[in-house]
Design a binder for this molecule. Structure first.
Ligand SMILES: [Zn+2]
Length: 98
């Protein structure tokens, strides 16, 4: 029959082992959490950059689509232009119908 009596010293050792393992486990969780937060932060930064680029491109596209296209040289002109800023063709009857 194995002796199940535990000495005070053994008890202390077990306590230390449990304490040590708990600390190791906590460190592991901390590292994992930190890594995940860093990865999420990187993703958020990239997403913000892409969103800003997309908004800028959309604005530019919108501006181009609202402009009047010259029937002769195909240049895009602001809606207030009566004549093409590039070749001088009259634009009044050539509004972009988008
Ligand atoms: Zn033109």
């Amino acid at each position: 029959m194995p002796d199940r009596t535990i000495t005070a010293e053994q008890s202390q050792q077990l306590e230390n082992t449990v304490h040590h393992l708990e600390r190791e486990l906590n460190n592991l969780y901390l590292q994992a959490g930190k890594s995940m937060l860093e990865a999420a932060e990187q993703t958020a930064k990239k997403a913000n950059t892409l969103t800003e680029k997309m908004i800028a491109a959309k604005k530019l596209l919108n501006r181009v689509q609202n402009q009047t296209r010259c029937p002769v040289c195909q240049s895009f002109n602001p809606p207030i232009n009566r004549y093409c800023g590039c070749c001088g063709t009259e634009l009044l009857k050539e509004r972009n119908t988008q």
